[in-house]
Design a protein around this ligand. Structure first.
Ligand code: UT7
Length: 332
């Protein structure tokens, strides 16, 4: 269960884009009752990027996609599918993916969004890989993009210190000999905990009204400490089993790329897996939690900064609203 079959699928290129504006912890401490020390100690975050007022999620997605396409040598006209994982689409419809497909002039490609909390990245990549493995598609652009700064209550210190804006993209295609390939994926959900991370207002359950505005239902609501416990309890055994199912032990994984939400979560999960922290790639200190973009940003920076060797194994893993969670195993 969970192993990919059919054609082997490779990462052909990667890219990322973050807005220029940096918001530091000190900047935040002028807005809410918090401090650089509290944020660093409890989360590991030092700063995050904030999109300009005129920047949309589709713009961030477009900028990251141009880098990934250039890196891969694939032309927009060769793409069969454009998939965007996001929880902050410019509008509920049209989705970000069709807008991106149009901007790129990827004239042969279909396009759709994936919304599955922060785990949207893992879901989107898995769908892309599956579509290529079975022969339905050849070249797929898969993107994670978020402008979370527009759905954050900047007066709520429980959430506003955590999130940031950014986008990352991958171009995937069938492996040529000698290229890396996706080995397995596990996608899970525990809908019984759907109350932990929500944006309740403005749609069907609570249509926009003066009351939803007054109560701030159009902002992210999160029971942070419950999420923290949920993840620490569940993720280590889930990941251990996921890796074993593919025929490996945790200590055979060269790089762990976790959802960049909280350094204490990364440390806690690795400790329970008995794996050293130097096997984790961490960039949450500079970008905060960018939700469905987070794994893409980590991958793009890992590829840029580390000389990965053929045969090395990477685990990508995320969790988020739903509560969804999942992981992917890739061999270089
Ligand atoms: O992608 C979505 C996934 N979400 C997550 O990964 C979030 C997971 N959870 C976390 O990362 C952590 O639970 C948080 C960083 C959100 C909070 O850390 P915590 O250690 O769980 O703190 P807490 O919620 O138990 O709060 C401890 C105290 C509280 O004060 P009292 O009640 O003890 O007086 C909070 O009010 O810290 C207070 N607090 C803050 N203090 C200063 C909460 N936020 C802040 C803040 N600055 N920004």
């Amino acid at each position: 269960m969970g192993l990919f079959s059919g054609r082997e699928v490779s990462i052909l290129g990667a890219g990322m884009y973050v807005p220029e504006r940096i918001m530091t912890n000190d900047d935040l401490s002028k807005m809410v009752e918090t401090s650089d020390e509290w944020i660093r100690e409890r989360t590991g975050i030092r700063e995050r990027r904030i999109a300009r007022d005129d920047e949309l999620t589709s713009d961030l997605a477009y900028n990251a996609s141009l880098v990934a396409l250039k890196d891969s040598g694939v032309l927009p006209s060769e793409l069969d599918m454009v998939i965007v994982a996001t929880n902050t689409p410019d509008t509920l419809f049209p989705g970000v993916a069709p807008k991106l497909q149009g901007k790129l002039k990827a004239s042969r490609a279909g396009a759709f969004d994936v919304q599955s909390g922060c785990t949207g990245c893992i879901y989107a990549i898995t769908v892309a890989v599956s579509g290529i493995a079975c022969g339905l598609w050849n070249k797929v652009l898969v993107v994670g993009a978020e402008v979370l700064s527009r759905i954050i209550n900047w007066q709520d210190r429980n959430t506003c210190v955590l999130f940031g804006d950014g986008a990352g993209a991958l171009v995937l295609g069938p492996s040529l000999s000698g290229q890396g390939h996706f080995i397995s994926a596990e996608l899970r959900s525990d809908g019984a905990r759907s109350d932990l991370i929500t944006l309740p207002g403005g749609l069907i359950e609570h249509p926009a009204s003066e009351e939803t505005l007054r109560e701030g239902l159009h902002y992210v609501h999160m029971k942070g400490n419950d999420v923290f416990k949920f993840v620490n309890r569940l993720l280590p055994s889930f990941l251990k089993k996921m890796v074993q199912t593919a025929g490996y032990q945790s200590d055979q994984i060269d790089w762990w790329l976790f959802h960049q939400a909280n350094l204490r979560i990364v440390e806690g999960v690795l400790r329970r897996l008995d794996v050293d922290m130097d096997k984790a790639f961490v960039n949450l200190d500079r970008y905060g939690n960018t939700s469905a973009a987070s794994i893409f940003l980590a991958l793009a920076e890992l590829f840029d900064s580390v000389n990965l060797v053929k045969g090395q194994k990477l685990v990508l893993s995320s969790f988020g609203a739903g509560m969804t969670y999942g992981a992917i195993l890739y061999e270089m």
